[in-house]
Design a binder for this molecule. Structure first.
Ligand code: PEP
Length: 247
């Protein structure tokens, strides 16, 4: 049984004043008895301060993206080393918003995942089908292609995390049937084994897409779901704590 990871993705939301939610999260977690790993990925501008807020508490901080290179002439980008230097221990790579808004391919995502490992932080590699692909019955073939080509090759499964996020479920309030999540996650686990990933059974497979306190327990109860990547509902500590309570 893998320890669930409940990860929040604040996306491009949050100012210094939003750190009150991080403080409320610390307070809320101290009042419960949770056996999950908790992570917040704020905008890069808040990583440093959030690390300070979480200091001494078992809550991790992550980045939302990184450049594949360690440094150089890449105006506006942030490297995995920089994220690590601020105290982050995870980084999301290949989120569908990056794949869509910035044209990131599987190869780009894989390079970023390798950069994270080089910097000593854990990549969370995101994959997921679009609505058109789902309607065309291509979900599993898309996932198979994405996972085979986006994960860092030759790296043991306990070194990274995979997040299955159906693109049509992100930020829409739509969620696949539990049986569909089960099918996708079982498929991903077998695919990892098929392509020869060492410790394929140790890859934490997160589900992401409109996870809320009201549906968290059902989704997190699916056998091969080892946690959640949460967007909108991670912005408010009360909602995020409700999801953690469902794990
Ligand atoms: C996400 O941004 O990864 C996400 C899953 O968003 P939401 O929970 O808002 O659907």
């Amino acid at each position: 049984m893998l320890k669930p990871l409940i990860a929040g993705n604040w996306k491009m939301n949050g100012l210094k004043s939003s750190l009150t939610e991080a403080e409320l999260l610390v307070e809320g977690l101290s009042q419960g008895n949770y056996s999950v790993d908790v992570l917040i990925c704020p905008p890069a501008t808040l990583i440093d301060r959030m690390v300070s807020v979480f200091d001494g508490n078992a809550i991790s901080v992550g980045g939302q993206d990184c450049h594949a290179n360690a440094s150089g002439a890449h105006t506006g980008d942030v490297s995995a080393e920089m994220i690590s230097d601020m105290g982050a221990t995870f980084v999301i790579v290949g989120h569908s918003e990056r794949r869509t808004d910035h044209g990131e391919t599987n190869a780009v995502v894989r390079d970023k995942a390798e950069a994270a490992l080089r910097a000593g932080i854990t990549p969370i590699v995101c994959i997921g089908e679009t609505l058109a692909q789902r309607e065309a019955g291509e979900t599993l073939s898309v996932l198979g292609d994405q996972i085979a080509n986006s994960i860092p090759p030759g790296v043991a499964g306990d070194q990274y995390v995979v997040a299955y996020e159906p693109v049509w479920a992100i930020g829409t309030g739509l969620v696949p049937e539990t049986s569909d999540i089960n099918t996708a996650h079982n498929f991903l686990r077998s695919k990892l084994q098929e392509i020869g990933v060492e410790n394929a059974d140790k890859v934490r497979l997160l589900y992401g897409g409109s996870v809320k306190p009201s549906n968290a327990a059902e989704i997190l109860g699916v056998a091969e779901v080892n946690g959640a990547l949460v967007g909108g509902a991670s912005l408010k500590a009360a909602d995020f704590l409700g999801i953690i309570a469902g794990a």
